[in-house]
Ligand binder design. Structure first.
Ligand code: PLP
Length: 451
């Protein structure tokens, strides 16, 4: 198997940086103007994660295409890091949402759409009762709060390498046999030893030991890790996770925000998982802030009883703008018309083609890399075998090489998510766009392999 030489990466990087800068005078000028007044030079500090010397500024986006201010057209496999998984401004969405925007957006009263939405979510995800939030972060925060309240236990358990939003207590890593606060989690003051347990994904023995002390309210888990690289569950992992959590009286919250790429009812629907709560945000309102979280009938009943006991429904769980008419209408339009079986069929076909293109290029250059696909989500790894946990991901990464591959693709009109090598296909993604990625990727690895 072939090794990539460091010198080849450095030389290609220098060439690609020069090309990027030369072709984007307007983005460069806007980046300069943004610097004095926007923190880290961007409206969201994460936008600094793109592997380019300065940020690309967007003029407009539609379907699976982004156009930048310099007139470049990109095949978008980032799709707003999942927020636009069903395409930018899908056709029915623009007209219906615009109409709603002119009819009052937030009133602290429900609209009829919310009744439709509750019934739709119950039917789709097999959990009967739902509540609304604005972000997946908040849906997770509220679900954990309810879990702590109902169990009277202080801790939550997460898997090493997870990301569930900006909840401080989830920003931890395993190091050696111990837990550390994630180095970049600035300003988190809670001691994670009092709030959190963290174990390796796919390790049921560790999980069992960690829950045995009886102080963990809930496990908050993605069905597959998607935020450190893609780590799929071993056969039997989910049965084990459910059995162990039940045995220890720990609630199971499944976060479908990214694994919703698996099918119209998420990984939970596709593989028959039985969570106590399910959380979902990002793409469900086509990019308008909205998230949902659902409960089993038993949990919902216990929570309702708690509200009655407290005589108070405004328990610090919620948020003023949650369930505003615009978010709810956007979700209705998305679930009714866009997030359909047919949409997924197309997304899967495009993702399979994307996977094939990457696999072919890797094989032709005899590189020891691998590709993983989960429905409409594809990720390649710069090491030979699929990962089992986050430790293996960390050991198998090559940030310098990955930065180069992303920038190389960007320069050839292809957007890959800046966080590791994740790509998504949408109902609007075309074969030509997939082939554009395949050609760029093939050309990059051929140049790298040639040294
Ligand atoms: C699995 C998962 N849950 C929750 C979140 C948080 O989403 P948001 O930033 O929209 O709150 C993310 C964000 O990437 C995520 O990947």
């Amino acid at each position: 198997m072939r090794e990539i030489e460091r010198a080849a990466i450095v030389a290609l990087m220098a060439r690609e940086v020069e090309r990027f800068a030369a072709e984007r005078p307007k983005s460069r000028a806007l980046s300069q103007q943004a610097k004095p007044h926007l923190l880290a030079g961007t409206p969201l500090t994460w936008m600094r994660e793109w592997q380019s010397p300065f940020t690309v500024f967007v003029e407009r986006a539609s379907g699976a295409t982004v156009i930048d201010v310099d007139g470049h057209d990109y095949a978008d496999f980032c799709l707003g890091d999942t927020g636009a998984m069903f395409g930018h401004s899908p056709a029915p969405f623009a007209e219906l949402v615009t109409r709603t925007a002119g009819q009052g957006i937030t009133t602290m009263l429900p609209t009829e759409d919310s009744v439709w939405l509750g019934a739709e979510l119950a039917q789709r995800f097999s959990l009967p009762v739902w509540s609304l939030a604005l972000t997946a972060t908040d849906a997770n925060r509220f679900a954990c709060r309810f879990a702590r309240e109902l169990t009277g236990r202080p801790k939550i358990l997460v898997f090493d390498g997870c990301y569930h939003g900006t909840l401080g207590e989830t920003l931890v890593d395993l190091k050696g046999n111990g837990m550390i606060r994630r180095p970049a989690s600035i300003g988190v003051v809670e001691d994670p030893e009092t709030t959190t347990r963290v174990v390796d994904f796919n390790d049921l023995e560790q999980l069992d030991r960690a829950l045995a002390e009886g102080d963990v309210a809930c496990v908050l888990a993605e069905p597959a890790l998607t935020n450190c690289g893609m780590v799929l569950p071993d056969p039997g992992f989910h049965d084990g996770l459910r059995g162990i959590t039940r045995r220890h009286g720990t609630l199971l919250i499944i976060d479908e925000t990214h694994t919703f790429s698996t099918g119209p009812a998420g990984y939970t629907g596709a593989f028959g998982l039985e969570p106590d709560m399910l959380t979902l945000g990002k793409p469900i309102a086509g990019g308008i802030p909205a998230a949902v979280y659902g409960f089993t009938a038993e949990l919902a009943e216990r929570i309702n009883r708690r509200f009655e006991e407290l005589g108070d429904f405004s328990t610090g769980v919620g948020g003023t703008l949650s369930a505003n008419a615009l978010s709810v209408r956007a979700m209705r339009v998305m679930f009714e018309q866009v997030i359909t079986e047919q949409a997924y069929e197309h997304m899967f076909a495009m993702a399979a083609r994307l996977e094939e293109g990457i696999e072919g290029a890797i094989a032709r250059q005899d590189l020891p890399w691998h590709v993983t696909r989960m429905g409409a989500r594809v990720e390649y790894g710069i090491n030979p075998t699929p990962w089992k946990n986050a430790k293996q991901v960390r050991a198998g990464c090559d940030p310098e090489l990955e930065r180069l591959l992303h920038l190389y693709c960007l320069n050839r009109g292809v957007l890959v998510t800046p966080f590791h090598n994740m790509m998504l296909t949408s109902p609007a993604t075309t074969e030509a766009q997939v082939d554009r990625h395949s050609e760029a990727f093939e050309s990059a690895v051929a140049e790298l392999a040639a040294g």
